[in-house]
Design a protein around this ligand. Structure first.
Ligand SMILES: [Zn+2]
Length: 215
C-alpha cells in the first residue's frame, strides 16, 4: 500500500527533489481512521520534498498540503480543513536485523525516524502530519450555531427571565401575594421601605429583668 517511497540509491549528498501527488483515494484510505477525508471539491494534495544524504542519514524536508474535510464539532456538518504544513525529518538507516525503533524525539523541530533496507517509506509520516493539523474542535464556520434544539424540547421563552422580573424560585410567593386582596395600607408600603425596617427592630430584652427584685 505504501505509495510515498524514496529509494536511497537515488539520493546523494547533493540531494534530490520529489513531488508526490496525494490522490483523493490515497487520502481517504489513509485518513479513514482519523475521521478525515479529501475534500471532494478540491484537487489532490501535494507533498514536495528535498532529500539529501549525510553519511548513513537522510534529511528529508519540504511542505505538505491537502484540502481535507472532517465533521464540524458543533453541528456535525462538513467542516473544511485546509492543511499546509512543514515536514522535516532525519531518517537513520539501521541494520535489517533489528526492527526500526519508533522514536519521535523532536530536537530543533527535526523529527527523527529510522528505516531498514533501501527504501524510506513516508506514508505514516505524512498521515501523522495531516492528523496533527486537525484542531481540537473543527468548525464548519466560526459562527456555527450548533445543532438547533427542536421546538418541542425547548424550554418556554419566559424561563430565562430578563433582568428586573422575579426570580423563578420566588414565583410561588408571587402567586400567593397576587391572591391576597389589596389592603388599604398596601399603597403606603410600596414607597417606603425604610419605615418598615425600623419598626421591626424594637421591643425584646425588657421582660427578663423585672422578676429578679425581691426584698
Ligand atoms: Zn457547524
Amino acid at each position: 500500500m505504501a505509495k510515498l517511497v524514496l529509494h536511497i540509491q537515488n539520493i546523494d549528498e547533493a540531494g534530490k527533489d520529489y513531488a508526490f501527488e496525494l490522490s483523493h483515494a490515497w487520502l481517504d484510505a489513509t485518513l479513514q481512521d482519523a475521521g478525515l477525508r479529501a475534500d471532494p471539491a478540491a484537487g489532490p494534495g501535494l507533498l514536495q520534498l528535498h532529500a539529501q544524504q549525510n553519511g548513513t542519514e537522510y534529511l528529508v524536508n519540504g511542505t505538505l498540503q491537502a484540502q481535507l474535510v472532517t465533521e464540524c464539532g458543533r453541528c456535525l456538518a462538513e467542516a473544511k480543513l485546509p492543511v499546509k504544513t512543514v515536514v522535516a525529518t532525519l531518517f537513520s538507516r539501521v541494520s535489517g536485523k533489528q526492527l526500526p525503533a519508533v522514536q519521535e524525539l523532536t530536537e530543533d523541530d527535526l523529527q527523527r525516524e529510522e528505516f531498514v533496507g533501501q527504501e524510506i517509506v513516508l506514508d505514516d509520516l505524512v498521515r501523522e502530519h495531516l492528523v496533527l493539523e486537525v484542531p481540537m474542535q473543527p468548525l464548519c464556520s466560526e459562527a456555527c450555531p450548533g445543532i438547533p434544539v427542536p421546538e418541542r424540547v425547548r424550554p418556554p421563552q419566559d424561563v430565562f427571565a430578563s433582568a428586573g422580573s422575579i426570580d423563578p424560585r420566588l414565583a410561588p410567593l408571587q402567586r400567593l401575594r397576587d391572591k391576597v386582596p389589596p389592603q388599604p395600607e398596601s399603597h403606603a408600603d410600596t414607597g417606603s421601605k425604610q419605615v418598615s425596617k425600623q419598626a421591626s427592630k424594637q421591643a425584646p430584652k425588657q421582660a427578663s429583668k423585672q422578676a429578679s427584685k425581691k426584698e
